[in-house]
Design a protein around this ligand. Structure first.
Ligand SMILES: Nc1nc2c(ncn2[C@@H]2O[C@H](COP(=O)(O)OP(=O)(O)OP(=O)(O)O)[C@@H](O)[C@H]2O)c(=O)[nH]1
Length: 308
């Protein structure tokens, strides 16, 4: 897919208190893009939050919340702050343009506008947005297995920890380690080891598929599964599912003293719920200690305890 293709099909939110302006922009953009609209600032923020548009075309002067206030509210929201905003406005003084750009808009178009120019500027901002999205995605995932990387896990566990603490919901972790992986590499070679990590990661990813679940590569052959809103019983169900799926893969491990196939050891830990103001690191340490117990007591199993 080329970058030009990436500029097509974006979802655009047009915000203007004059219906005729919305109609003109809708007409100009509807062939290439999905166009949503809002007639005031409050409605714009609500639709942005629900529909996550790729770009917002925003009128500056509106009754109630004006465009500058809308941009400030977008920038203050972690979920909405990356949505680019182009001001489309009757304001035309250089100081208006400067104020809009300083407030966080990426571009400024004065009314009356030329439709072809609007289309071209929309395309160029969508291209930049897609490139930024792709870069962010890459920086948050592990290059070998495609699952989340450790940094992504650290950011996500902090946010989910706070969310579960506020809502009084449990949060669980499963620390997962491939058994005798050094012997696997020694026996089959490092490339086969890499392929093994990829296959195991893909199988584990299919075992916890709720939107808030996150599988991350935590170290070389160590993974961690974050299960917000999951108590100890559900976590054991998922641990058993992972063991079953890996068993079904039947990856030979001729050098393993534990089994003839690749096996996993796991440490489970649940906060019931996290305490407000506390940190997730003690729970991670408990999951790690339980993984160590699973290794010590024979591998190819999980150990569990409540904690933190
Ligand atoms: N192929 C491959 N191997 C890796 C990668 N990352 C780490 N490893 C290997 O994973 C092995 C981990 O070995 P150890 O920590 O000794 O653990 P183990 O052999 O799995 O033994 P137990 O955990 O005690 O069952 C090391 O040999 C690392 O070189 C990777 O990205 N690719």
């Amino acid at each position: 897919m080329s970058w030009t293709d990436l500029a097509r099909n974006g979802r655009i939110l047009v915000v203007d208190d004059a219906l005729e302006n919305i109609q003109i922009l809708h007409h100009a953009l509807r062939e290439e893009h999905e166009v949503l609209f809002a007639l005031d600032g409050e409605q714009a923020l609500q639709i942005a939050s629900e529909q996550q548009p790729d770009l917002i075309l925003l009128d500056a002067v509106m009754p109630g919340m004006d465009g500058f206030e809308v941009v400030a509210a977008l920038r203050a929201s972690p979920r909405l702050q990356d949505i680019p905003v182009i001001f489309v406005t009757a304001l035309s003084q250089p100081e208006d343009e400067t104020r809009a750009l300083e407030a966080g808009a990426v571009d400024f178009i004065s009314k009356p506008f030329n439709v072809a120019v609007v289309r071209a500027r929309v395309r160029s901002q969508l291209t930049i947005k897609r490139q930024a999205d792709a870069m962010r995605e890459l920086s948050m995932s592990d290059g070998l297995t495609g699952v989340a990387n450790r940094r992504n896990f650290n950011d996500t566990v902090d946010a989910e920890w706070r969310r579960c603490a506020r809502a009084g919901l449990p949060l669980s972790l499963i620390m997962i380690d491939i058994d005798h992986f050094k012997l696997y590499n020694d026996h089959y070679g490092h490339q086969a080891g890499d392929a093994c990590l990829q296959v195991i990661a893909a199988a584990m990813k299919g075992c916890a598929t709720r939107p808030q679940d996150l599988l991350a590569r935590y170290g070389g052959e160590e993974f961690i599964l974050l299960l917000p809103q999951e108590g100890p019983d559900g976590t054991e169900v998922i641990a058993n599912r992972i063991q079953d799926e890996v068993r079904k893969l039947g990856l030979p491990h001729a050098a393993s003293p534990t089994a003839s196939q690749v096996t996993l050891s796991m440490g489970l830990a649940t906060a019931m719920p996290p305490l407000e103001g506390s940190e997730p690191s003690p729970l991670i340490r408990i999951a790690d200690a339980n993984l160590y117990r699973a290794k010590q007591s024979g591998r190819n199993r999980y150990c569990i305890s409540l904690g933190a």
